[in-house]
Design a protein around this ligand. Structure first.
Ligand SMILES: Nc1ncnc2c1ncn2[C@@H]1O[C@H](COP(=O)(O)OP(=O)(O)OP(=O)(O)O)[C@@H](O)[C@H]1O
Ligand SMILES: [Mg+2]
Length: 240
């Protein structure tokens, strides 16, 4: 469960990039975050994950405040950022072992998860290669595996489908669905509205740092009096 409570944040010039945001993401759902470029999605995700501080408010991950109890809060989630920056000189396997050490994942569990996911994501045969030889999508896959290794209850992903091939994107969507069905929370940002429509139990729409809608895709369509596509509803609500 992720709770964003009265959060505001400005960058240097004092203009609020996040303006009094309140969102509650319950257990057992896939929660999508959509909005135009520059709306504040990455900023929000960086505040949830403690990469960025906040001027006002607080964020709780399974009840642990990222502000007051950052170490405990960070144990409650796995985070896939929008750019897969990983240690290039390590091999894929060395990187996964490094993350496994940090999160104290047992050797058996590590092997089980890495084998399953690396095969599913088609990078098993590259795990002994240095990461610098990986393509963007391969790095993205490695990062996803590393995040899932300690089986965090909450998954937070910033545009995770970007750069993934269709099969990997499909696999990831399945994993996200399954994870939520086990009673966990999956929060991700996306520009791909078909994905949001397909897998999200709930969505939030953000524009210019303000949440302008929270609810189901169906509710958004109703609100914008558009019963056909999420795309048209989204464009309509953003225009308004
Ligand atoms: N380091 C920074 N310093 C100053 N302003 C920033 C910084 N990072 C982001 N911003 C501003 O904050 C606002 C929100 O940016 P953010 O990256 O959160 O948007 P986003 O919704 O993730 O967009 P995109 O869809 O393009 O990824 C933008 O106006 C952006 O210019
Ligand atoms: Mg972004």
């Amino acid at each position: 469960m992720i709770e964003i409570k009265n959060v505001s944040e400005s960058y240097v010039d004092g203009i609020k990039v996040i303006d009094n945001m309140n969102i509650t993401m319950d257990d057992g759902i896939v929660f999508g975050f959509i909005g135009p470029n520059g709306a504040g999605k990455t900023t929000t995700i960086e505040m949830i994950t403690g990469v960025l501080g906040m001027d006002e408010g607080d964020i709780l991950i399974d009840g642990k405040s990222i502000k007051k109890d950052p170490i405990e809060a960070k144990k409650q989630f796995g985070f896939v950022p929008d750019t897969p920056d990983v240690f290039e000189k390590l091999t894929g396997l060395e990187y996964l072992n490094f993350v496994g050490d940090v999160y104290e994942v047992s050797a058996d569990k590590r092997l089980e998860i890495v084998e399953k996911l690396a095969k599913e994501f088609n990078i098993y045969n590259h795990l002994k290669d240095r990461i610098q030889s990986y393509s963007h999508g391969m790095k993205q896959k490695l990062l996803i595996i590393s995040v899932l290794m300690h089986n965090p209850k909450n998954w937070i992903l910033d545009e995770p489908m970007t750069g993934l091939d269709p099969k990997a994107s499909y696999t990831l969507k399945q994993l996200m669905k399954e994870h939520s069905e086990q009673g966990n929370t999956v929060f991700f940002s996306t520009h791909v509205l078909e994905v949001a429509e397909k897998i999200c139990d709930k969505i939030a729409v953000i524009d210019k740092g303000k949440i302008i809608f929270v609810g189901t895709v169906e509710e958004l369509k109703e609100k914008s009096k558009n019963n056909t596509s999420l795309e048209e509803s989204f464009l309509k609500i953003i225009e308004e």
